[in-house]
Design a protein around this ligand. Structure first.
Ligand code: CP
Length: 318
């Protein structure tokens, strides 16, 4: 594996291998000194054009726990504010000869483009509404630890599916691991034709009791250019997951950040069925495993695209 751009490109065996590796890093996390020398002398760059708490902090900590040198760039406050393009920013950071660039960007396909501009391994930390593969891997890891296997499990993904890269990546990953997936939300927030990905669609929570796992999604108001629901209050009345709608044998997940009181009630978030804190903890070991799989013992990968050659780094002679 040269890059991690989408979950779609991973087989079940490749997913299992990353999760098995993450299990071994969980053991490192229980040691007094939570560090291994695997990536000593290698550099990891994180480059975030959108807000993040979980993904950015866990990739940063994962790189440090593997002993890599770390450069963290947030677009806000960087030379992006002065108008520097994505391509020039990548060329600039590539001049440090990083082993990996972790990129989050609002444009679907941005990570794929970056892979064509750098010799570093590229990890997609979320590109617009397209994919968030490391989130899907950490969610599968969390469920595998709880349930042993996802085979035959029924998972309902509830909420703003239309604007969610997590929904897309998780739908693919959960099914690849043997689960049956239903997506649920108002018709305005379910992409037309999503059944073609092999899932069922529901526009009400009536059959929610069938689910083994309820995976709630954030209402992504920052990606909504028009009104998709009459009001958040009315959306919550119909689709909020609360302890009345959740039965005690069901597991509850959410990628975070949560709009408390909108897609989830406070009581549901804090209930014993909630795996939200476990998901965050899993993010660290799974992202260590991703960095390990891409970088440990590997030669530097060639650019993805032949027609998008690596640019001459800024400030270097052509
Ligand atoms: N789930 C997730 O991607 O969270 P952040 O936006 O905090 O990284």
């Amino acid at each position: 594996m040269k890059h991690l751009l989408a979950i779609d490109g991973l087989s079940r065996d490749e997913i299992e291998a990353i999760l098995d590796r993450a299990e071994s890093f969980a053991e490192v996390g229980r040691r007094d000194i939570k560090k291994v020398p695997t990536l000593r002398g290698r550099t990891v760059v994180t480059l975030f054009y959108e807000s993040s708490t979980r993904t950015s902090s866990s990739f940063e900590l994962a790189a440090k726990r593997l002993s890599a040198d770390l450069v963290s760039v947030k677009a806000a406050g960087s030379s992006v504010d002065k108008g520097e393009s994505l391509k020039d920013t990548v060329a600039t950071l590539s001049a440090y000869d990083p082993a990996a660039i972790v990129i989050r960007h609002p444009y679907a396909g941005a990570a794929q483009m970056v892979a064509g501009w750098t010799a570093a391994a590229v990890i997609n930390a979320g590109d617009g509404k397209h994919e968030h593969p490391s989130q899907a891997l950490l969610d599968v890891y969390t469920l595998r630890r709880r349930l042993g296997s996802l085979d035959g499990k029924r998972i309902w993904i509830v909420g703003d599916v239309l604007h969610s890269r997590v929904a897309r990546s998780n739908l693919i990953a959960f099914q690849r691991m043997g689960a049956e997936v239903t997506v649920c939300g108002p018709p305005t927030l379910i992409p037309r034709g999503i059944e073609e990905l092999g899932c069922e669609v529901s526009h009400s929570l009536e059959r929610l009791g069938e689910a083994d796992v309820v995976y709630a999604l954030r209402m992504q108001q920052e990606r909504m250019s028009e009104s998709f629901v009459p009001s958040l209050r009315e959306y919550a009345a119909t689709f909020q997951i609360d302890t009345r709608r959740l039965n005690p044998r069901q597991l509850l997940m959410h990628p975070g950040p949560v709009n408390r009181g909108v897609e989830l009630s406070g009581e549901a978030i804090d209930s014993p069925q909630s795996l939200i804190a476990e998901q965050v903890a899993a993010g660290l070991v799974v992202r260590m495993a991703i960095l390990y799989e891409l970088l440990a013992g590997s030669e530097r990968p060639a650019p993805v695209s032949d027609d998008e050659p690596s640019p001459t780094p800024i400030g270097q002679p052509a």
